[in-house]
Design a protein around this ligand. Sequence first.
Ligand code: ADP
Length: 422
Amino acid sequence: MTETVTPHTILYIEDDPASRSLVERTLRFSGYRVLTAVCGLEGIDLARREQPELILTDINLPDMSGREITTTLRADPRFKSTPIVALTAQVLKDQRELTFAAGITGYLTKPLDIEKLPEQVEFYLNGGQDEIDKGVLSAAQTRYTQELVARLETRVRDLEAMNQSLRRFDKMKDTFIQLTAHELRTPLTLVYGYSRLLEDNADVKSITNYDANLKMLLDGLTGSISRMQGIINEILTISRIMTNNIDLSVGPTDLGNVVLRSMRSYLSAIEQRRLAIRFDKNEFPERMQADWELLELAIRNLLSNAIKYTPDGGTITITAKVEGEIVRLSVRDTGIGIAPEMLATIFERFHTTGDVALHSTSKTAFRGGGIGLGLAVCKGIVEAHGGQVLVESPGYDPEKCPGSEFIVTLPLIARIVRKQRT
Ligand code: ADP
């Protein structure tokens, strides 16, 4: 009867490719299963996942030191007694002592005697460990703790500096977006004006009356320009929202009318895609105090998503319920639904589950894709009114179409919320 012996697994953490491949080859040749990692974090993740019987680590690694790796792993009960051996070019006595203070089992210095390596590995695997004087170890432990604390402080300071520069870049990016959108808006308004003048021109009209092709070209031109204006306005609105620069112009608002107006832009898509809309204006409060133009934009975004993510023939239900001082508006669809892990992130700007490469500017084509601004705009507007928007969905399933529901809660009298400018 033949007995199969599972080979011991050894993890080797080393950033130098030459040392890595030499040790890997030698140990493989001796019958071990060898895993390698090129930096500390990768090594720790691999160790946690694969639970090797022995870990060999370099001391100087790009992200963390072999000592820090050892301390991290020793804190995990699964690695309390796993042999961890340093393979290092650091030959100084105090470096060796510090490494033992971190909890290492053995200390092998480079250049390695590669012939002896399998035998040394066997020694540690069988419970062997290097000797170190107790008094020396205790003094080294104090030094090691001080070294760790100092390094931690440096790291925290580095992170803080990095955080500050990221914030600065974020602000620069917001300004850039705002300026670019402004710059684009002015000529685009002119282009739009010219295209309307062209459409209304008596000579052109007389031709388009019998030349359907020319009419289609003109309609396409005006439609595309107006879509582009919509996108630029959306970018400007969101950049204002994100920089907390949004000024609500609050006035009497008939919410049912706002919904009707936002539906108007999508009537032809709703018809083409055979979508049923359920909506009863009587449920909606007629006298709210809100910025109706911005609310229309917010609802338009919810509606265009409901249209976009619902297959042809589906149903979109828009309801409202007044509860004391607030109104709960719901936009429910019978579309593809949203995966649970996405629910929290879809309101972030530029978050889109669509493939950006397949992005289409159509707001109504099934799964037409977008740039991921719609929900961020909606959230910003609703929150600026002192309201909230949330989403519920049983999950993502483009076959079964479990649907999604977006619920907007708004105070009947807008509580203007100004976020702290960052
Ligand atoms: P966009 O639609 O431009 O990608 P949005 O901010 O409007 O950006 O939406 C973000 C993401 O949320 C979408 O990519 C989509 O995955 C998801 N989503 C939004 N509304 C719905 C909906 N009604 N049904 C399914 N998924 C939706």
